[in-house]
Write a protein that binds this ligand. Structure first.
Ligand SMILES: [Zn+2]
Length: 167
């Protein structure tokens, strides 16, 4: 069924995004009076007794306390943050590597602000030098992504989600 392919953004009572759920789960929560439908499509699900619009965004009727989960510092997430684009030359065609901006042997740490995606060529050229020693610059200052990162990068997000996931 087509409906199962779509996903719904679940918001907290305070409008903060929580997670992506299936349409089925969103509809069950709606039927159980747990959520309100905030953004909906023109299609609806009809049964003998009720017609429910298929939602894009639903919001909890009660505030749910959620402990923010820090985003794991992994190669995959660094590539994702940097759109798999070399942060030195802008190339996104060649094989990507992870570069320590301040090299490890000069005290550089594994951190969101010290790791960037770099093409193999730039990484080899930079070697164990500092940026200024190689006259290299970063296209943007690397930072820790917000907790909305996965939602912002979510492949199947619906345009109606944007106003909630770019706070
Ligand atoms: Zn490069």
């Amino acid at each position: 069924m087509l409906v199962n392919l779509r996903k719904v953004l679940l918001l907290n009572y305070s409008y903060e995004p929580i997670m992506v759920v299936s349409v089925k789960k969103a509809l069950i929560m709606y039927i159980l009076n747990k959520v309100d439908i905030i953004e909906k499509s023109d299609n609806s699900i009809r049964s003998l007794y009720l017609t429910i619009p298929i939602p894009y965004v639903v919001k909890l009727r009660k505030y749910l306390y959620i402990k923010p989960m820090p985003l794991a510092l992994t190669r995959k997430n660094v590539f994702k943050r940097d759109n798999s684009t070399c942060q030195y030359c802008g190339s996104n065609t060649s094989l990507m590597t992870i570069d320590h901006i301040i090299p490890k042997d000069k005290g550089g740490k594994d951190s969101w602000t010290n790791l960037v995606a770099a093409c193999k060529r730039c990484n080899i050229y930079k070697g164990n030098y500092l940026l200024k020693e190689r006259n290299m610059t970063l296209s943007k200052k690397p930072a820790q992504p917000s907790y909305l990162f996965h939602l912002q990068k979510y492949k199947y997000k619906h345009p109606t989600w944007n106003q909630y996931i770019y706070l």
